[in-house]
Design a protein. Structure first.
Length: 141
C-alpha cells in the first residue's frame, strides 16, 4: 500500500504538470485536488501514525492534522491549497511534492519500508522541466 501510494502520487502529479503547461487550469486543479491530494493526505495520515504509534484519529478529511504536526508543517500543508492562478498552482504542486517526499521518507524509515529515491528524483526533475518549458513558451496550449 505504501509503494502504491507513492507511485500514485508521483505519476498522477505529472498529469497536473502537463495540464498546467497546456493552461488547462480546471483539469490541473481537479487532478491536484482529488487523486494527488488523496495520496498526499494518506501519507500525512501514515506519518502521524508513525509519530503517535497509530493511537490517534486523523479525522475526516484530515480535520485533526493540526493537532499532531508541528506548526511549521501545518503551515506548509496549508500552502498546498491554491487558488486558480497558474503560478500558485505550480507552487502548490511543488510544495506538495516536497512535503510528500519528506514525510514518505520518514514514514518508510519508521516502518522499515523501501523508499524509491530514484523515482522521486526523476518525477521531481520532470515536474521542474515542464515548469521551465512553460516559462520558455508561455503561450503553449
Amino acid at each position: 500500500m505504501f509503494s502504491d501510494c507513492c507511485n500514485e502520487f508521483r505519476w498522477v502529479s505529472t498529469y497536473a504538470a502537463k495540464a498546467l503547461w497546456r493552461n488547462e487550469i480546471i483539469y490541473a486543479k481537479d487532478i491536484l485536488d482529488n487523486p494527488v491530494r488523496k495520496m498526499f493526505m494518506l501519507m500525512i495520515k501514515w506519518f502521524i501514525g508513525t509519530e503517535t504509534n497509530f493511537s490517534v484519529s486523523f479525522g475526516k478529511s484530515g480535520r485533526n492534522v493540526k493537532k499532531f504536526v508541528s506548526p511549521e508543517l501545518y503551515e506548509r500543508i496549508l500552502e498546498t491549497y491554491a487558488d486558480s492562478d497558474i503560478e500558485n498552482i505550480w507552487r502548490s504542486l511543488f510544495n506538495m511534492t516536497e512535503i510528500f517526499s519528506e514525510l514518505a521518507i520518514r514514514t518508510a524509515k519508521a516502518l522499515s519500508f523501501k523508499y524509491d529515491f530514484i523515482e522521486d528524483e526523476k518525477v521531481t526533475r520532470y515536474l521542474k522541466r515542464i515548469h521551465e518549458m512553460k516559462k520558455e513558451n508561455p503561450d503553449s496550449e
